[in-house]
Design a protein around this ligand. Structure first.
Ligand code: SDX
Length: 443
């Protein structure tokens, strides 16, 4: 018996089935179950995909037990400390860090595609002013697919993929900043080619026609680190959404719009907004214990937002880096909301010493501190997940590109069916009175 197979026995029949065990370069091996249904006539059942590897990938490695996050083999801590966001984008896309010449060329290309087609600006006016900026982003990013149609761009070709990659990376900050300006009723601010990626983003967010915003070095550094720390994270919900949409050959701009929609959820990228809301509701350290109690109560839907992770069961390395930047920013940005940071660190300290959180392996995740930094940069909670979406665009599009270059079968899971078995149709005049499906008191 090869030591590279997993043997499964069906005790109902005594039949055994062998499945090949495949090892990656590091991390858990996989049992290749692609032939499981053909061999056993059964499906593998794994709602939420807790034990499922959906693909093979060389972009990001996470060790949830040790709290390790690597991008193309480089530690996230090293990248956050020593790199910048455009360089990390190049690394995720290309597989290695750029030399100086390639870095300059990459930045030049991105810089020269930051503008939006003027007609896209008209889409914004169709939204209510009080729309959530993520609703706007889903619409605008999706609309971009009409400006890069398949009839003009062959997205299966190297050239076509590059158009999708470069335009999305270049234009996401512009679209995001315009969503913010639209919510304020302020004029859109156009990108400036002489500014760096993060400086340009802050310029478009906070400048006005009557006054140029000159971000502090600390603010530019904080934003750039935030973008790096949110760039990619293996096969998370929004990345899987982009890839499932892409597996049908859909327009990559529309696929990224689907990723924006998935990221919006409070269980995913929407958590950073919920963390600040939660801290504001807790309000004071004396209230922390009652909220910890609520989070532990299985009958209470309240969860400690920014805590817990499907993969990290020791600590989220990104949260540790963000806590440090929060602290550094305290000294730099006078408007920095120190009480909120103090409350967050106290909440973390109490939760990490509570046996419920220890037993359930719940630690602060990337969303716990990011909101505090974004607030210090002057952004409202409603923009927090938009910034996450801008940062994660490189992860979405790198994983989409890798998928198009490797296995490219349409993603089509099966199910455990628990509905009605086959039955005869009954004409309406023969049907018994049945329970109505409508909620009470609705017309
Ligand atoms: C992100 O996947 C990624 O990589 C995501 C991300 C990325 O970079 O793409 O890292 C970004 O989405 C970070 C997560 C942000 N979400 C939050 O902070 C929301 C609060 N956290 C949770 O809702 C939850 O922890 C999840 C969604 C993050 C993880 O959910 P899982 O893996 O399905 O775990 P679970 O819900 O089954 O929880 C396990 C247990 C449960 O108790 P039991 O049912 O076993 O009794 O832990 C409890 C949960 O009730 N629990 C919490 C909790 N999170 C889980 N209890 C209190 N507070 C919490 N935050």
């Amino acid at each position: 018996m090869s030591n590279k197979t997993l043997t499964i026995t069906d005790n109902r029949t005594g039949k055994t089935f062998d499945f090949e065990i495949k090892n990656g370069s590091c991390g858990p091996a996989v049992a290749d179950l692609t032939t499981f249904y053909d061999k056993t006539g059964m499906f593998v059942y794994d709602p939420g995909f807790k034990s499922t590897a959906s693909c093979s990938s060389g972009i990001t490695f996470i060790d949830g037990e040790k709290g390790i996050l690597l991008h193309r083999g480089y530690n996230i801590e090293d990248l956050a400390e020593n790199s910048d966001y455009p360089e990390v984008c190049y690394l995720l896309l290309n597989g290695d860090l750029p030399d100086l010449q390639n870095k300059k060329k990459f930045i030049k290309i991105l810089t020269h595609h930051t503008m939006l087609h003027e007609q896209i600006l008209r889409f914004y006016s169709g939204f209510r002013r009080d729309s959530h900026p993520m609703a706007v982003m889903v619409g605008i990013v999706g609309a971009l697919s009409s400006f890069y149609p398949e009839k003009t761009y062959d997205f299966s070709s190297e050239k076509g993929k590059w158009v999708a990659v470069s335009r999305l990376l270049a234009k996401m900050p512009t679209m995001a900043a315009m969503a913010y300006k639209y919510s304020l009723g302020q004029p859109f601010i156009y990108p400036k080619n002489e500014l760096s990626y993060s400086e340009n983003f802050l310029h478009m967010l906070f400048s006005t026609p009557s006054g140029e915003y000159k971000p502090s070095k600390a603010s530019v550094a904080a934003l750039d680190k935030l973008l790096i720390l949110h760039a990619d994270h293996e096969q998370n919900a929004s990345t899987s959404t982009v890839k499932i949409a892409g597996s049908s050959g859909a327009n990559p701009f529309a696929c990224v719009a689907a990723g924006v929609a998935s990221l919006w959820g409070p269980a995913h990228g929407g958590a950073n907004e919920s963390v600040i809301r939660m801290l504001n509701i807790i309000g004071d350290e004396k209230n922390i214990s009652q909220f910890i109690k609520k989070a532990k109560d299985i009958n209470d839907p309240f969860r400690l937002m920014g805590f817990g992770h499907r993969v990290y069961k020791s600590h989220d390395p990104r949260a540790n880096v963000l806590r440090k930047y929060c602290h550094d920013l305290l000294n730099e940005v006078e408007s920095f909301n120190a009480p909120l940071f103090k409350l967050a660190t106290k909440l973390e300290e109490i939760a990490l010493n509570d046996e419920y959180f220890i037993k359930k392996q719940l630690y602060p995740n990337v969303d716990f501190y990011s909101g505090i930094i974004l607030k210090a940069l002057g952004l409202p909670e409603s923009m927090f997940t938009v910034i996450f979406a801008v940062a994660r665009t490189v992860g979405w599009i790198s994983q989409w590109k890798e998928m198009t270059e490797s296995e490219n079968r349409i993603s089509r899971p099966r199910q455990l069916y628990n509905g009605k078995e086959i039955r005869q149709f009954i004409k309406i005049n023969k049907r018994k009175k049945n329970e109505s499906m409508f909620p009470e008191h609705i017309e």
